[in-house]
Write a protein that binds this ligand. Structure first.
Ligand code: NAD
Length: 553
């Protein structure tokens, strides 16, 4: 069944459609992932990130919904690449759902094998939070993007992005956070996007302020805003592989250059230069091999232009889409001459177990999120960056689907936030249970040598035991659902990662589960980085009194 006309939205309110709040949370979050306000292509079950899906096909979706509705509170549903495959009796503290998405045996872990299996209906690409039902729309990445640009401003531009121009591409589910993140940091940004509907979506949802169709207009607006030291975001309709070389040719060199097209997937994520969307779609269907060749060649051109801009003074960084790897495979020898965003700006946060923590109001009531914002502002009043972030988010972020909040928290802070939220549910301060989760792009849940684990100081970039241990300990600790994925962010063969979600339903049992999971999960971030020898992580481990055998000598 491929029901193009159906519109899925999560139920709101306190009426249960299942046999318990944990099952209800899984049901609502699956549906929320496919809400047209949230998902990029809901009619194809695609949530974000190229092909990142919430269920393998519509039949599997229906079966998952049916099973969640009848699942007992001592049973566990197993999902294999977006298809429900079994229900086993476990126990009340066990996860209600465990998932394995897009995993391939390493020697077969490439896009060709994946596409063959996908076409046979045997696989699904789960990206990160798409297949693990904790995507919250573009907000999910906006704080990480904000923190990245803020750190770039601190390191390279006297503290902020004021009076600077950033050029980037890709205004999709995650890339759409870039214009808002740059303007929140006071800068000017030109975002090149080939699909007009994506630009319009970002403008409508308040992520991007304006958009234009010609390079001349974009350059003139950007220059003026830079001169006035005004924060401004400008969407530019076009193909990055056409426009960036043209910018370089004209001598328009931005202060910062990066990219968030879905380069991790050469067949579905990147539009080759010179093709309209329609032409690209036809080529993809009729001649996928030619499509892939052309997309990869365009990516090489794209990287050449980034390198040319870097040589002329732009600060260049890779934004986690594996663009450099494709260019290197295409023969661009110095493709890795600019760093990834994690080693450049984010790793110190991972050393403290900090990362993209998030919560979602199952009631659908924005007041619940506002009340939690207030509670955290009061409780964490001495944490300046957290308070600045919550105020910014409150003013500038539009909700998509169920109201949610992203907030980077670290070890200790997450368990405390979980406790506070669960108490608010118990006392009725918020009107229904709250789902708590995170991105897979987190401190201790991912192995991805071109992204989260790029340039680890002990050379352990490709060690993939860590995300597996992360999933195992979160399962043992009683997360509500746990997932193990492959290929997210950077594509097949390049990453392994794990997700977790835990529900605050106000019960004592939830309080216990939250305490355990929200301690072990960020704890893995500290352990992983302490093992790699990062002084900051070792210090965090000592300060927080983590029990780490290898630090005892
Ligand atoms: P998406 O598929 O929703 O959006 C990609 C966008 O790129 C689309 O709008 C598409 O039209 C546009 N595009 C494709 N080719 C183009 C071209 N040649 N020129 C201009 N625009 C083009 O993906 P997403 O969720 O926004 O993620 C984008 C990439 O960023 C992915 O590779 C993802 O893995 C990566 N990512 C990075 C982070 C991070 O924090 N660094 C987080 C999440 C995702």
């Amino acid at each position: 069944m491929n029901d193009q006309s159906r519109i899925i939205t999560s139920p709101r309110g306190t009426k249960l459609h299942t046999k318990g709040w944990v099952q209800e949370a899984a049901l609502r979050m699956l549906m929320n992932n496919l809400d047209p306000e949230v998902a990029e292509k809901p009619d194809e079950l695609i949530v974000y990130g190229g092909l990142g899906k919430a269920a393998r096909n519509w039949q599997a979706y229906e079966q998952i919904v049916r099973e969640l509705k009848t699942l007992e509170s001592d049973e566990t549903l197993l999902i294999q690449s977006g298809k429900p495959v079994a229900v086993f009796r476990t126990h009340e503290h066990a996860p209600r759902v465990v998932m394995a998405n897009s995993n391939l045996v390493p020697a077969w872990a490439n896009w060709n094998t994946f596409h063959e299996l996908d076409q046979k209906g045997l696989m699904m690409y789960g990206q990160m939070t798409a297949g693990s039902w904790i995507y919250i729309g573009t907000q999910g990445i906006v704080q990480g993007t904000y923190e990245t640009f803020a750190e770039c401003g601190r390191q390279q531009f006297q503290g902020s992005l004021k009076g600077t121009i950033t050029v980037t591409a890709g205004l999709g589910g995650m890339g759409g956070a870039q214009p808002l993140a740059v303007t929140m940091n006071g800068g000017v940004v030109v975002c090149i996007e080939v699909d007009e509907t994506r630009i319009k979506k970002r403008v409508q949802t308040g992520y991007c302020q304006s958009w234009v169709t010609t390079l001349d207009e974009a350059i003139s607006l950007a220059h003026q805003a830079k001169k006035d030291k005004k924060a401004q975001s400008i969407g530019l309709l076009g193909n990055a592989a056409d426009i960036l070389p043209e910018m370089a040719k004209r001598g328009f060199i931005p202060d910062i250059i990066t990219d968030q097209t879905s380069a991790h997937d050469p067949l579905h994520g990147y539009i080759p230069a010179g093709y309209t969307l329609r032409q690209a779609e036809n080529l993809r269907i009729q001649h996928p091999e030619i499509y892939i060749t052309k997309a990869k060649q365009s990516m090489a051109t794209h990287v050449h232009a980034i390198l040319a801009m870097q040589e002329q003074g732009a600060v260049a960084f890779d934004y986690g889409n594996n663009l450099r790897q494709v260019a290197a495979d295409e023969g661009v020898k110095n493709a890795f001459s600019y760093p990834g965003f994690v080693p450049a700006y984010i790793r110190p946060q991972f050393c403290e177990g900090r990362g993209p923590f998030r919560w979602v109001a199952l009631s659908g009531d924005v007041e619940d999120i506002r009340k939690i914002d207030e509670k955290l502002l009061a409780r964490f009043s001495d944490n300046e960056s957290l308070c600045t972030w919550i105020h910014l988010a409150h003013e500038q972020i539009h909700f998509q689907g169920l109201p949610a909040r992203i907030c980077w928290l670290g070890y200790g802070e997450r368990a405390l936030a979980g406790r506070l939220i669960n108490e608010m549910v118990a006392t009725g301060e918020v009107s229904a249970p709250i789902v708590i989760g995170r991105d897979h792009l987190d401190a201790g849940s991912v192995a991805s040598p071109n992204r989260e684990t790029e340039a680890m100081q002990d050379g352990s970039d490709a060690v993939a035991d860590w995300p597996l241990l992360n999933a195992l300990i979160n399962t043992a600790a009683g997360a509500s659902w746990v997932s193990i994925h492959h290929g997210g962010g950077v594509g097949m063969g390049y990453s392994m990662h794990a997700g977790m979600v835990v529900v605050a339903d106000g019960t004592t049992q939830a309080a216990e589960r939250l305490e355990r999971v929200l301690t072990s999960d960020p704890g893995m971030g500290i352990v992983r980085h302490a093992d790699a020898g990062y002084e900051k992580a070792i210090q965090s481990a000592h300060e927080k009194k983590l029990n780490i055998p290898f630090l005892k000598g």
